[in-house]
Design a protein around this ligand. Structure first.
Ligand code: AMP
Ligand code: MG
Length: 331
């Protein structure tokens, strides 16, 4: 199959919608990462996503809508708190879990009785959903396990020959996937951190963070969010989080400078270092691109100065610790 990359415009939106209406799949930009989209209500179309990505069948997909009305047939009920959060954070990088109706096929929800729903803020994503008139399942458009794509070129690297169309909407502005939450009584339970932070959510209710966000689940342990149990976001290069800051990090890296390694620093540390970003927002935007570039440069090891875990930093840490397979260099 020939894979076209087309800029976001009326024509490419029309073409993507046509493919999706015919039960096909296409890649679209979102503000978080690029998504591989299919009609969320069409079992066969959704199956094609799993095949193209090589994604485990029990890992449920997020259902994307373009206006609030679209959620109504999909879920049993929208709790008051969820409604408030939707008013504040939609359209945006927040995914909420609801009890699903029969409209959502089991393949989309990974066999669960719940469904994850989000309204993306990206214009191209919204335009395609709007044109389709049905919600889109759209996991990240990478091969399962690889770093998520934050540009159309990244999607092409992984999906060339597997999908007919990629809409190019430029670099993703957030750069990591959405925050995924469920509700535990009156509390907000964060299953996956993202652009909508714990701090932002805590203005609405007490927030708890799932232990799988920072730690490796034990073998066979039941996790609320199935995606959490897989090694993820990994380049071929061996990634390590280095739990040392500033001068100590520099010293550590100097002792390893003969290795075929990249040293990602939280600032401009001069020759031999790659500035990964001073702020968590910048780090989030650069993370997946840098991991892919390490592979393009045949780098064997990537050492990363430990990010701050506050704000979007928790999302950066969560993706990195998985890319690292939970390997941390401690003092
Ligand atoms: P992705 O589509 O790759 O961004 O991953 C979606 C994430 O949302 C994964 O971590 C899933 O496990 C999680 N998720 C999707 N649906 C549900 C659900 N019904 N319950 C819990 N987690 C979910
Ligand atoms: Mg993904």
């Amino acid at each position: 199959m020939f894979t076209k990359i087309e800029p976001f415009c009326e024509e490419s939106v029309r073409e993507a919608a046509q493919i999706l209406k015919n039960g096909g799949i296409a890649a679209i930009p979102t503000e978080t990462v690029y998504g591989l989209a299919a009609n969320a209500l069409d079992e066969n179309a959704v199956k094609s996503i799993f095949t193209a990505k090589g994604r485990p069948q029990d890992n449920p997909l997020i259902v994307h809508i373009s206006n609030f009305e679209m959620i109504k047939p999909l879920v049993v009920d929208v709790p008051k708190l969820a409604q408030k959060l939707a008013e504040r954070f939609w359209a945006g990088p927040l995914t909420m879990i609801f009890d699903k109706t029969d409209v959502i096929p089991g393949v989309t929800s990974g066999g669960l009785s719940t469904v994850a729903v989000r309204m993306p803020a990206n214009d191209a994503a919204r335009a395609v959903i709007e044109k389709c008139g049905f919600p889109l399942a759209a996991p990240s458009a990478n091969l399962s396990g690889k770093p998520s794509p934050t540009s159309a070129r990244h999607v092409f690297e992984d999906m060339n020959g597997k999908i007919p169309l990629i809409i190019d909407g430029g670099e993703c502005t957030v750069g990591v996937e959405s925050t995924v939450i469920c509700f535990n009584g009156d509390k907000i339970h964060i299953l996956r951190p993202g652009g909508v932070t714990a701090e932002m959510l805590s203005e609405f209710a007490e927030v708890e963070i799932d232990k799988a966000v920072e730690t490796a689940p034990k073998q066979d342990e039941r996790v609320i969010s199935p995606g959490m149990k897989y090694k993820h976001y990994s380049p071929k290069a061996d990634v390590w989080i280095v739990k040392l800051r500033a001068e100590k990090f520099v010293k550590f890296c100097e002792s390893r400078k003969d290795e075929n390694a990249w040293f990602l620093s939280r600032g401009d540390y001069g020759k031999g270092f790659i500035n990964f970003g001073e702020t968590a927002e910048i780090q989030a935007r650069r993370l997946f691109r840098l991991l892919r570039e390490a592979d393009e440069n045949n780098i064997e090891t990537v050492y990363v100065e430990i990010p701050d875990k506050s704000g979007v930093g928790l999302a950066v840490y969560n993706r990195l610790i998985r890319a690292a397979g939970f390997k941390v260099v401690d003092e």
